[in-house]
Design a protein. Structure first.
Length: 132
């Protein structure tokens, strides 16, 4: 596992039936890429303020650098991806409704972009932001 908890395995081979390789070669997707897809998808949902990360990620954010896999842990095995995420919510939004939308959006985007199956997206609400 890398620092920041964003990666468990370095790469995951896509199943042959999910990508038309046309005999050119094999395709592998780094789990960092899947974590970024998950982070971007979650941030598109109304009510999500930001991804929540560890202290290192928070310091990087304060320096103006953006880590889209912050707060995302990806476990890849046998053509499937399990995602654990930590989010900060905007005040006033329904947590169950927003979480369901995030789970659907993250699962859909990973499956559409990679062909990998996403059996679960686990979400932890780490905080609520009162501003904006």
């Amino acid at each position: 596992m890398s620092k920041g908890g964003s990666v468990v395995n370095n790469e995951q081979e896509i199943k042959e039936d999910s990508v038309d390789k046309k005999g050119i070669g094999e395709v592998k997707i780094a789990s960092d890429v899947v974590a970024v897809i998950a982070g971007l998808a979650a941030n598109e949902v109304e009510g999500v303020y930001s991804m929540a990360g560890n202290i290192t990620n928070e310091l990087i954010g304060k320096l103006g650098m953006k880590n889209m896999s912050k707060g995302v842990k990806v476990m890849m095995e046998d053509g499937t991806v399990r995602v654990d995420m930590a989010l900060n919510m905007k005040y006033g939004y329904s947590i169950p409704r927003v979480v369901k939308q995030v789970q659907e959006k993250v699962s859909q985007q990973i499956e559409n972009m990679t062909g990998l199956i996403v059996p679960e997206v686990n979400i932890r609400i780490a905080g609520v932001n009162l501003g904006e």
